[in-house]
Design a protein around this ligand. Structure first.
Ligand SMILES: [Zn+2]
Length: 423
């Protein structure tokens, strides 16, 4: 038993070049939002090479709109198919989802040393947009499965490899796959968490608050109502709300105890006014509320609304012209598993076997498909992938090649221990 795992670890290590090559091949596709089709088609073929039963489809907007967690600014999902590859086990084992997203954020306006779509290997790093977030993680878990297959090890439980879209701006891809029935006894998302065993992910919902005033010439400003001034107490209230929530939620999810604020809420964009000498009739505040793995989205939204409407009620103008709150464009779901969940234990066992010690258990401040798998997919999920985490979404993004190999090794043994196997 232990011998076969050691053989597997060695075999994965020997595939270092192949892991980097696959990650590089994926980086070459500029798979920003709406442009994932070519990368997904390439990856679907790779899954077929494994002998997986592959399904690929563009999410159906009408179907998606029925889901309470769905929010988007898309018209449709043209050019953004999801992909799933299923490797049936022999039976009698536990199933495992390996999840990654194929979408990447735009390269941005920073100056890249090399083209973001031209994978470059240098000093133990693979450079390119998506290298760490998260095509590197996708290549690592793919290669873990491929090595198991090529060694002829027979798994008892099913392995389901999911490649999602829209993770960077919402959760549509994973929601669509869950809707199609893709669930498992557990899931691992190989997001760039720097080899940390990430058992919790925060949620986040974007909001827009329209504050209405009354326009007037600046010389007779007393004839108008300045929407900007009316927005100030609302902004201050949201700032206080963040602090109230910090105090109330502290300690409820212990992996976040070390953070100054675990679930930030804030107004981060403001638009309003047309001219320095005209009293603005409208101001739009935009922001996000982060929420805990233990909170319900509806409750968090209600708390925000109550806070904003209480300000409005106390104001002679706003009580008759209340602000309008809207949730739009982006939403991610929070979720967590217990520290002693069998998936965490299994991964930690593999971690120890592969590297001599267990991994650090943490919660993440960013969002991941894992939250949606937990909340709506009935699938306990964690994040575990390469680093450095700080390079996600950055100019000259890179992934540490050693991390890719470590992730592939640890995932490979995790698959064996989780799904069960016969030699
Ligand atoms: Zn990511």
């Amino acid at each position: 038993m232990e011998q076969i795992k050691q053989k597997l670890l060695d075999a994965v290590s020997a595939r270092k070049e192949e892991i980097v090559a696959l990650a590089g091949d994926l980086v070459r596709f500029p798979s920003t939002k709406g442009n994932e089709a070519k990368a997904q088609s390439f990856y679907a073929d790779k899954l077929r090479e494994l002998g997986a039963q592959v399904e690929s489809f563009e999410p159906d907007m009408a179907e998606m709109k029925k889901h309470p967690a769905f929010v988007t600014d898309r018209e449709n999902f043209s050019g953004s198919p999801v992909v799933a590859g299923v490797l049936k086990g022999d039976g009698g084992g536990r199933s495992l989802i390996l999840c990654g997203h194929m979408d990447v954020v735009d390269p941005g306006s920073g100056h890249w040393t090399n083209s973001p779509w031209d994978p470059v290997v240098k000093d133990g790093r693979l450079y390119g947009r998506g290298a760490v977030d998260m095509k590197g993680g996708v290549a690592a878990h793919y290669m873990a499965v491929k090595t198991i297959r090529q060694m002829g090890i027979k798994l008892k439980g099913d392995v389901k490899i999911l490649s999602t879209i829209d993770e960077e701006c919402s959760s549509s891809g994973i929601l669509a796959l869950i809707g199609r029935g893709y669930k498992a006894d557990a899931a691992i998302c190989t997001e760039p968490v720097g080899l940390k065993v990430t058992i919790a992910t925060t949620g986040s919902t974007w909001f827009k608050i329209k504050v209405t005033g009354k326009s007037a010439h600046g010389g007779i400003a007393f004839a108008g109502v300045n929407a900007l001034y009316k927005a100030i107490p609302i902004i201050e209230r949201i700032q206080r709300l963040e602090e109230e929530r910090r105090l109330r939620l502290y300690g409820t999810v212990p992996v976040y105890n070390g953070a100054p604020i675990a679930f930030c809420a804030g107004v981060n964009k403001i638009q309003g006014g047309t001219w320095p000498a005209i009293v603005p009739a409208e101001v739009v505040l935009e922001g996000r509320v982060g929420f805990s793995p233990l909170e319900k989205l509806e409750d968090v939204q209600k708390e925000l609304e109550d806070a904003v409407y209480a300000v409005a009620k106390a104001d002679p103008w706003l009580k008759d012209n209340p602000p309008v709150i809207e949730y739009y464009k982006s939403r991610w779901n929070s979720g967590c598993v217990e520290e002693d969940h069998s998936l965490v234990k299994t991964l930690q066992g593999a971690y120890t076997q592969a590297s001599g010690k267990a991994g650090q258990i943490v919660g993440m401040f960013a969002c991941s498909d894992s939250g949606t798998l937990i909340r709506f997919g009935d699938t306990p999920a964690i994040d575990f992938g390469p680093g450095p985490q700080s390079m996600a979404h950055q100019t000259d993004e890179y992934v540490d090649i050693d991390d890719l190999v470590k992730v592939a090794r640890i995932i490979a043994v995790t698959i064996l221990d989780w799904c069960g196997f016969t030699e």
